[in-house]
Design a protein. Structure first.
Lengths: 615, 340, 340, 615
C-alpha cells in the first residue's frame, strides 16, 4: 500500500513505559537519529527516583519526551503530539499532556487485568471511551516482538527486554528516519558481549519498522526537514556531558591538569562518569568519601596547581558550604557545578528545580562572596563550565555554575566549537621569590598570585583565619579585617567588568521585560515570542551572570514598565533583583519538579499586560 | 624526585618560618615541631616539595611554623585536602598535622578513607586526649571518667585506640611515639617519610593547660622504663629499667613476665614483626590492660601500591591505548552532522 | 521494657506497612526485609517501641516497608539520628538500616563513633559493594579492579573490610550474614536484638541490577559449602560439602586443612570464641586470602555498659546528690541582688 | 591621708594583659562585684584565638572591658576611662581606645627590655612621652605582689600568677567596691584543692586594695551609685549562660526533656558547658563527633519527643545546612542557636560579627524556610532561647536563634523572671490512631502533629523525600510538590500572627528610622538617644523576629523619610528589607570583629539628616 508522506514543522513525541522497559535508551536513540539529520530538538527525560520500581506501577513509569523540528526548537514541548505507551500505567500517567487529537500508540498486549490493577484502573482505557479525543493505535508489540524472535530460543524475559526496539523501529518508520544509526549502536553495545542479543534487538527494531510499512493501520508518514541552524558541525549533546567537556576544554586551554573531586548524586553523577572516561586527557577523577572530601580535595588540588572542580546537586552543595568559605578566603580557583534538583532536603531527587540560587549566592557563614553563573540550555552547559573555569583562574576565586536536572539530562544539537576559537585562559604561576607576596593583588582583577608547591623559594602558608592584606599572615587586626572583607567583595564585584553586557531578545524597551535565568530559557523565549506575535511589547533577558550581575542590568530595567521573573522556585532571583534594584518585579513561580510551561508564562504575560490596559 | 634547587645541605633553620610560635608555654607541640624541623633536612628532596596540611586545633597551627608550603584548612578535613594536593602533584611530599579532635572526631572519616586508599601522605596525629584550642572539652581519645569542660561528671564515651582504628581501616604504616622522646619521635618521622603510602603516626602530646600530665607515666624519666616497651622489628619485647622484663604471648593475650628470675628468658618473649597485621592489633589492644607496658614504635609496615601510583598508571594506560587526548575530536564525539 | 499494648501474639503481617515495596525485581533487599519482618514478632516488647532509622540509598528505603516508627534521614547520618532517638528515649528498640555507601562512605564517621560509644542501636548494613540508588558507582567495599560507572578502568581504592573496621573502632558485637541465607540472617537479627549495646551486622546483599552475583560464590548452593564457614561460639571452624575441611591457625595465620585425609582432625582446628577480640580480627582478615572460606556469624560479642545507661546513671546521680532541679533557683544562680 | 570620694554616673574600665595573666577572671570578678551593688553594666571580653600565646606578644593580649553606672548602660563603651595594662603589649594594643585624659594604671615592672621588644617597641612608652595626654600611674605590681607573699615560699611562677588580684584589689579600692565577694570566690575556687594558693590570692587582693588606700599616688576614689533599674531580683548574666537557662526553662515549662546535641566551637561552647552542669534537670548533653551528628542527633531526639537543641557558630552552622533542610521537611521542632563570630571560614574565631544572617534565612538547598530570631543583649539571650523553643514546638519547625560572640561572652544585670510568669508552652503529643495523619495540619498554626515512637497505634514513617499532603507518604506528584512548598512557606509566614508587633523607641514617625537587629542594640540606642538629644527626628526599631518579620514593619517604614540599617556585616538585613519592602534603606557596615561604636552610628545619622537639610 502506498503511504502518504506529510511534512511537519515540528513534532513532540513522548515514550513512556516501565523503568525496566528501556524508555531512556529508546528516547536517546531516537534523539540521536533525529539530530543527525539536522533537525533542531530538545529532550526531557523524566524518570522516578527508584531504580526499577515494581513493573506495572504508576510510580515506576519512566518517560522520555523529544520535540524536534525544522524550526527553532526551544523546549521539549508543553504538550505532546504522540504518546508511545508501553503499559496502562504509562498511558494514564502521561495522557494528560497529550494534545487533543494527538496520537497514542499503545502496546495492547500489556493491557491485561494485572497491569490495569497495578495502574489502579477499574476499567480498560482502551475500551472505556476515555481516549475518545485521541487517535489511538493498538499495536500488539509484545506478540509481534515474540514472533520476530520465535526461532531464536530466547527466554521470555530476554524477549520482553527487546520490545522497546519495536516501538523505536515503528517511530523511525513513522517519522521517516533511517534505522542504521541504531543498528550500529546495538552492535557496538551488545555485539561484543553477546551477538545473540544484538541480533535479537536488530531484528525487533526492523520488525517495528516493517510493521509500519506493511500494516494498513498507518497510512501516513511524516517528514521533518533539517532546521535552519547556523552552518557548522553539529552533534547532539546532553547538559551533563557538555559540562564535562567544558571542563576538559578549559583545562586544555589553560594548560592545566583537570582534577575533579566528586561524590555521586543524582542528577549530577553523569559529569563524574563522563570525566572518568577521558584519562588520556590527564583528567584525574577522585570519587571521594563524601561531598566535603570532594570539595576539599579539589581545594587541595587547586592549591597544588590543577584546574580543580567539584560537581554535585543541592544536598551536596549544602554539605560543601563550609569548604566553599575556605575556598573564598584562600582565594584559589575552583569550579563548583551544581545540578539543581527538587528540594528541600532529599526532596524530588530526579526532578528539576531552581531553588539553590540563594544558597549559591549568599548561603555561607561570614561574608563569603563568590561568582555565580548559570546555564540556560543543555549545550550551554559547555559554555558555562568553560566560563566558570576561565573566571576562576583569572580572578582566583571559586565559581559556582548552576545547571539543573532538566539541563543535565536534556539534550539538544550543539554546534561544535573550534578549539582554536575558544577564549584563551592564560595562567601564570608565581615564580619570583623576590617580589612574591601571597596576598598582593593584580591591580586590575584584584586577584592574588597563584603560587604552587614545588616552586623554589615561594614557600608560604595560607589558611582559613583572616589574613593580613598583602602578606597573608594571620591577622586579628580589626581594621585589616574590614579591609579584607571589602577587598574580597570588590574582587567579585569587579568581575562585572570582565563579562559582556546583558543582551535583550526583542525590543530594547517596552511594557514588560521577562527576566529569566537557567533552564527556563526555552520556555520563556517561546512565551515571549508568542506574546510578541500577538502584538504585546514584551522582551526577554536571560541572565548567565548572577553574581555579579551584568553592569547594564539596572539601566535595562529603566526601559520597561514591568519586570516579570519566572522561576522554578518560590522566588529567589527576584529577591536579589528587588534588593539590588528596588524594582517591583513580579514573580511567576511553579515548583512542580518540571520545566516551566511556555503556555503558562504566556498567560501570565497576558495577565500583566492585559491587566494594565484594563487598569 | 627531580632536584630543582641547588641543594646546599639544609639545616633546621631552613624549616623555621618567620612566624612567632604561639603555643602555650610547656606545650608538647614545641617538641614535635622541633623534631620535624630537625629531621626534614635529612630528606632527599628539595625543600619546595614539602607541603604541610592541617585542620583546626592547636596542633593544626603546625604548618605556620614550618618554612615549607602549608595550608591550614578547616576542621577535620586535612586528609581530604592533602589527598587533592598529592593527586594533583604526586611528586610532593605531603604531611598532615592534626589533633585527636581534628583527626579522629570530626575528621575521622577522611582519616580512615585516606588510610584505606594508601594515599602517599604522612600523618602526625598530636594526641593530647583533649580539645586544646576550644579550651578543654573531651576528645575521642579522652579517658573514661575524665572531667572536662563538657563532662563535669566525667566522660562516658569509651575512647578510640587510634592505632587500632587505623589498623581496622587497613592502614599500611601505623606507629606511636611521644613528644618527650625526641630521638624516637625523629625516628618515626623518618619511617613515615620512607614509607610508600599512608603513614599514621600517633604522638602522645602533653597539653600543659587543659590535660597536663596525661602521658607522664610514659614520658617521664621515673616511670617511663617500666611503662613503655619499644617495638623493633625482629626484636623481642623487652623493657624495664634494667631490661629485666618482657612481654610474652599467652594464646593471643600478652602478659608481662620477668626475664630476671630464671623462669622465662628473652627467647620466650614475643618477637615483633612489622609485617604481621594481627600482631599489630594485639599490640594496639595492650592498652586495655593497665599491667602491660605501652608499646611505642612501628606497629605495622606493609607494602601495597599507593593510590596515586595507580591513578597515574591508569592515565598512562589510557594514553598508551588511545593516545594523548585530542580535544577537537573529543568535542566532536561519535556522531556529527554538518550544516552548510 | 514496659508493655503498653495488649500483646496478642504478633505476626509478620504486623510489620508490613501499607506501602508498595519499590526495589528492583531480584534485589536482595527483599529477603532482608522479609527476615526482619519474620523475626521482629518474636521480640519481647510492644510494637510501638520499634524504630527504624536510615540514611539514603536503596537499602535506606527499608523503614518505609516496616510498619513501625521510622525515619528516612539524610545520606550517611542514620547512626547519629538513631543516637538522638535512643538517648531521648532509651526504652526504644532502635535499628539502623544502611548501605555500604551510606554507612561506610559518607557515614563512616558516625558509624565508628556510634560503635565505640556502644550506643544501644542495631545496625543492618546492606553490603552490595555498589551504590545502587545512584545507579552503579563503586562504594568503599567494591573490589579492586571492579568496573563501575565511575571507574571505567577499574576501582583503585582498596576496600574496607567492614567487620575489621568495626572491630578497630571498638564495636562490641560484630557479625556477618547473607541475604540468601534466611535462617542465618534471622539468627543474626536475634543476636543483635539481644545484645546490650551496638550491634553491627554486615549483610552480603545482591544488587541484581548493578552488581549482580557479587556474592554468589558464598550464597549459591553449588559453591556455598566450599566457600563459607559458619562461626559458632565454642565450635571448631569446619566447612565443606561433607564437613570435610576446617580452618586451622598457623601462628596467627589461618589455613585450610582437610580433616578427611587423616593428617588433621577436628581437634586441630581453630575453635571460635566470641569473647576474643583478637581472634575476631584474624577472622575478619581471612578475606585477604582467596583460599580461605568466608566466615559468617558473630565474630565477637563483648559485654560493656551502654552509652545510654551511663548517661541515665549520671542524671540519677546528679539528682540523688542535688535533688530534682528547681528552675527558679537555677535562674537565680549564686549571687543576686534586689532592687526595690 | 584622707582621700576624696567622688561620685560618677558611669565609668568604663579595661583590664588588659597576657592571655595567661587572668584578665578574663579579673574582669568577671570585678563585674560580679559591681553588679551585686546594683549598678547597671555591660561587659566586653576580647581575647585572642590562641589559648596562651607566648607571654609579652601583642597577639597574646587578652582584654576585658566593663562599663558600669547608675544610668542606663547600653554598651561596654566606645572608649574607656581607665586602662589597666599588665605589660607593654597590653598597653600599646589598648591605649587607642582610652579617652584623652583617661587614666592608665600599668604594672611598671613589666616594662623591661624583653617585654618592650616582644611588643615591637623601640622606646619605652612610659618614658618616651607618648602617653602625655593621659594620666599615667606606674605601679610596681609584680614587686608588691612578691612582697606580699615573701614569707610563703611559693615559686616565682605561682607568685606571678596571682598578680592580677593585685590589680583587682586596687580597682576595688578605687571604685569603692568591697572585696568580700572575690575573697569568697577565691576560697571556693582554690580553697578546696590548695589552701595555700587561696591564701596567696587573697593576700594579694588585699595588698592591692590596701595599696590604694595607703599610697599617696591615688588621691581620689570614685563611687558609682546603684542604677534605677526596675524593681526585682537581679543577677549578672552572660549571654551564653542566659541562652542555656532559656532552654532549660522552656523544657520545664513544656514538660519535655531537654536534649542538646552539640560540638564545641568558639564562642558557642559555653552553652554546652553550662547545660552539661544541670543533669538534675534531666538535661541530656551529647557532645557529638561533629556538627552534623550534633544536629542530626537532635533531630532524632526531637522525633522521639525531646525538646531538642543544637548550638554552634558560623562554620558549624554551615555544616548543619543539609540537616536543617531535613528538619524543615520533617517538620519537627528544633532550636538551633548560632553564636556568630568573625568570618568567612575560620575567620576571626574569638571576635564578634553578624554575618551569618543570610545563611540562616535562605542558605539551604531547595525551598527550606525556617523561623529566624535574634537576641539583642546578653540577658535577652534567655528570652530568645525560650521564645525559639516556644515557636519550635508550637509550629513544629526548626527555629534559628542568632546571638553573637559579643552577646555570648558579654554580661549585664538581669532581672530574674518568675518561673510562673514565663509564657506557657503547651505540648500535646498525638495519641489517637483513629484520626492520626502524619501531615494533617492544625488549621490555625499549620503545624502537623507530633507523634512520638512508643505511642501505640501511631506507627508511621517520615523522611526527606517530598511527602504527600496529609498522609505524609512519599509523593513525586508535581502538583503536590507545589502545594507542599507553599504550605511549608505559609506555616512559617504565619508565625507573624503569633508574634508581637514591632515596637519603636522614640517617636512613631520622623526623618529617620534606625533599624537594627542583634547585638548592635546598645550602640544604636545610645546613638539614637544622643541624636534625639541633639534635636534630630530619629527613632529606633530593633528586630527580634527576622523571619518572618513582624506584620507591621512595612507600615512603620512608611512613617519615616529615611531608614538606616547598621550591621556588623557587609549588608545582610538590608538585603532582606530592600527585597521585601522595596525601600532605599541605607546601610552602615563596619566589619571589624568588634561591636559597633555608638559614636560612629551617631555621625552616620547626622550625615544622613544633615545631608538632607542641606540637600
Ligand atoms: C567546623 C568546626 N567545628 C568546630 C570548630 C572548633 N574547634 C576548633 S579546634 C577544635 C578541636 C581541637 O582539638 P584537637 O584536634 O584535639 O586539637 P588540639 O587543639 O587539642 O591540638 C574544635 C572543636 C571549628 N573550628 N570548626
Ligand atoms: C548528601 C548526599 N550525597 C549524595 C547523595 C546521593 N546518594 C544517594 S544514595 C547514595 C549511595 C547509595 O549507596 P548505598 O548506601 O550502598 O546504598 P544502596 O543503594 O547500594 O543500597 C548516594 C551517593 C545523597 N542523596 N545525598
Ligand atoms: S591549649 Fe594545650 S595543646 Fe593548645 S597550645 Fe596550649 S598547651 Fe598546647
Ligand atoms: S539498584 Fe540494586 S540494590 Fe537498588 S533496588 Fe535495584 S537491585 Fe536492589
Ligand atoms: Mg587534642
Ligand atoms: Mg550499596
Amino acid at each position: 500500500m502506498a503511504k502518504q508522506l506529510k511534512t511537519l514543522e515540528e513534532v513532540t513525541i513522548r515514550f513512556a513505559g516501565d523503568s525496566g522497559d528501556g524508555m531512556q535508551l529508546t528516547g536517546t536513540q531516537f534523539t540521536n537519529t533525529v539530530a543527525a539529520l539536522g533537525a533542531d530538538l530538545a529532550t526531557f527525560p523524566d524518570y522516578p527516583a527508584e531504580i526499577r520500581a515494581p513493573a506495572g506501577t504508576k510510580y515506576g513509569v519512566s518517560g522520555f519526551q523529544i520535540k524536534f523540528g525544522s524550526t527553532d526548537i526551544l523546549t521539549p514541548g508543553d504538550t505532546c503530539d504522540v504518546l508511545v505507551a508501553m503499559n496502562p500505567a504509562a498511558l494514564v500517567t502521561n495522557v494528560k499532556i497529550l494534545r487533543d487529537g494527538g496520537t497514542i500508540i499503545v502496546n495492547e498486549d500489556a493491557f491485561n487485568d494485572k497491569n490495569l490493577k497495578l495502574a489502579n484502573l477499574s476499567t480498560n482505557p482502551l475500551e472505556d471511551g476515555s481516549l475518545a479525543r485521541f487517535n489511538v493505535h493498538r499495536v500488539a508489540i509484545t506478540k509481534m516482538t515474540a514472533g520476530a524472535l520465535a526461532d531464536m530460543n530466547l527466554s521470555t524475559r530476554m524477549v520482553d527486554k527487546t520490545k522497546n526496539f519495536f516501538a523505536l523501529g515503528l517511530m523511525y518508520w513513522m517519522y521517516n528516519r533511517p534505522i542504521d544509526g541504531s543498528v550500529k549502536f546495538i552492535q557496538e553495545k551488545f555485539g561484543k558481549k553477546d551477538a545473540e542479543i544484538a541480533e535479537a534487538n536488530v531484528r525487533v527494531l526492523k520488525a517495528g519498522y516493517n510493521y509500519g510499512d506493511t500494516t494498513e493501520v498507518f497510512t501516513t508518514r511524516y517528514d521533518v526537514k533539517a532546521a535552519h541552524l547556523p552552518p557548522g558541525t553539529y552533534r547532539n549533546i546532553m547538559g551533563n556531558v557538555a559540562a564535562a567537556l567544558g571542563l576538559i576544554a578549559a583545562a586544555k586551554k589553560a594548560n592545566l591538569e583537570l582534577f575533579l573531586g566528586s561524590y555521586p548524586i543524582t542528577p549530577a553523577s553523569d559529569i563524574l562518569h563522563e570525566l572518568s572516561k577521558f584519562k588520556e586527557f590527564g583528567v584525574k577523577t577522585f570519587q571521594a568519601e563524601d561531598e566535603i572530601a570532594a570539595i576539599t580535595s579539589a581545594i587541595g588540588a587547586s592549591y597544588a596547581g590543577a584546574l580543580a572542580a567539584t560537581t554535585t546537586s543541592g544536598p551536596g552543595l549544602a554539605l560543601k558550604t563550609e569548604a566553599m568559605g575556605l575556598a573564598v578566603i584562600l582565594e584559589l580557583p575552583l569550579v563548583i557545578i551544581n545540578v539543581q534538583r527538587g528540594g528541600p532536603s532529599t526532596g524530588l531527587p530526579t526532578k528539576t528545580e531552581q531553588a539553590d540560587l540563594l544558597q549559591a549566592v549568599v548561603g555561607r557563614n561570614g561574608e563569603a562572596p563568590m561568582c555565580v553563573i548559570s546555564a540556560s540550555t543543555p549545550a550551554d552547559c559547555f559554555e558555562v563550565a568553560y566560563e566558570a573555569a576561565r573566571l576562576a583562574v583569572k580572578f582566583m576565586t571559586p565559581v559556582i555554575a548552576l545547571t539543573d536536572g532538566y539541563l543535565g539530562n536534556g539534550a539538544e544539537p550543539w554546534r561544535i566549537p573550534k578549539v582554536s576559537d575558544l577564549k584563551d585562559i592564560p595562567v601564570t604561576f608565581a615564580s619570583d621569590p623576590k617580589t612574591f607576596q601571597p596576598y598582593a593583588r593584580d591591580p586590575k582583577t584584584l586577584a592574588r598570585p597563584w603560587a604552587i608547591p614545588g616552586t623554589p623559594g615561594l614557600e608560604h602558608r595560607i589558611g582559613g583565619l583572616e589574613k593580613a592584606d598583602i602578606t597573608g599572615n594571620i591577622s586579628y587586626d580589626p581594621d585589616n579585617h574590614h579591609v579584607m572583607i571589602k577587598k574580597r567583595a570588590a574582587k567579585i564585584d569587579g568581575i562585572a567588568n570582565d563579562i559582556p553586557d546583558q543582551k535583550i531578545e526583542g525590543e530594547p524597551q517596552g511594557d514588560l521585560l521577562v527576566l529569566g535565568w537557567g533552564s527556563t530559557y526555552g520556555a520563556i523565549k517561546s512565551a515571549v515570542d508568542a506574546a510578541r506575535a500577538d502584538g504585546l511589547k514584551v522582551s526577554h533577558a536571560h541572565l548567565r551572570y548572577i553574581h555579579p550581575f551584568p553592569k547594564n542590568l539596572g539601566e535595562i530595567f529603566g526601559r520597561f514598565t514591568h519586570v516579570l521573573i519566572p522561576e522554578i522556585n518560590n522566588g529567589q532571583l527576584i529577591t536579589l533583583i528587588r534588593a539590588k534594584y528596588l524594582i517591583p518585579a513580579i514573580g511567576f513561580n511553579m515548583i512542580k519538579g518540571l520545566p516551566l510551561r511556555a503556555e503558562e508564562i504566556e498567560s501570565k504575560i497576558e495577565g500583566i499586560l492585559g491587566g494594565k490596559t484594563n487598569g | 624526585m627531580a632536584e630543582t634547587t641547588a641543594t646546599a645541605k639544609m639545616t633546621i633553620k631552613d624549616f623555621q618560618s618567620d612566624q612567632d610560635v604561639r603555643w602555650c608555654p610547656g606545650c608538647g607541640d614545641y617538641s614535635i615541631l622541633a623534631q620535624v624541623q630537625r629531621v626534614f633536612p635529612e630528606f632527599n628532596h628539595p625543600k619546595e616539595n614539602f607541603v604541610a596540611i592541617s585542620g583546626i586545633g592547636c596542633s593544626s597551627r603546625f604548618p605556620y611554623y614550618m618554612d615549607i608550603y602549608g595550608l591550614h584548612g578547616i576542621h577535620g578535613r586535612a586528609p581530604a585536602i592533602a589527598s587533592g594536593v598529592k593527586l594533583a602533584n604526586p611528586k610532593l611530599d605531603v604531611w598532615v598535622a592534626t589533633g585527636d579532635g581534628d583527626g579522629l572526631s570530626i575528621g575521622g572519616n577522611h582519616m580512615i578513607h585516606m588510610l584505606r586508599r594508601n594515599m602517599g601522605i604522612k600523618v602526625l596525629l598530636f594526641n593530647n586526649q583533649i580539645y586544646g584550642l576550644t579550651k578543654g572539652q573531651f576528645s575521642p581519645t579522652s579517658q573514661m571518667g575524665q572531667v572536662t569542660k563538657s563532662t563535669p561528671m566525667g566522660v562516658i564515651d569509651p575512647p578510640f585506640i587510634p592505632v587500632s582504628l587505623a589498623l581496622g581501616a587497613g592502614a599500611t604504616l601505623v606507629a606511636r611515639t611521644m613528644d618527650r622522646d625526641p630521638k624516637h619521635l625523629q625516628e618515626m618521622v623518618r619511617r613515615a617519610e620512607n614509607h610508600q603510602g599512608s603513614a599514621f603516626i600517633e604522638i602522645y602530646q602533653n597539653c600543659s593547660v587543659f590535660n597536663d600530665g596525661a602521658f607522664f607515666l610514659y614520658t617521664e624519666k621515673e616511670s617511663r622504663d617500666d611503662h613503655v616497651v619499644y617495638l623493633e622489628h625482629g626484636k623481642p619485647l623487652v623493657f624495664g629499667k634494667n631490661k629485666e622484663k618482657g612481654v610474652r604471648l599467652n594464646g593471643f593475650t600478652p602478659e608481662v613476665v620477668s626475664i630476671a628470675d630464671g623462669k622465662y628468658s628473652v627467647n620466650d618473649l614475643l618477637v615483633h614483626n612489622e609485617k604481621d597485621g594481627t600482631l599489630a592489633f594485639i599490640l594496639a589492644n595492650m592498652i586495655h590492660d593497665p599491667e602491660l607496658p605501652r608499646p611505642m614504635g612501628v606497629f605495622t609496615a606493609l607494602e601495597r601500591p599507593t593510590y596515586e601510583s595507580m591513578m597515574v598508571q591508569q592515565i598512562a594506560k589510557a594514553r598508551s591505548k588511545r593516545g594523548e587526548g585530542d580535544l577537537q575530536k573529543l568535542l566532536e564525539g561519535d556522531e556529527t552532522w554538518v550544516i552548510q
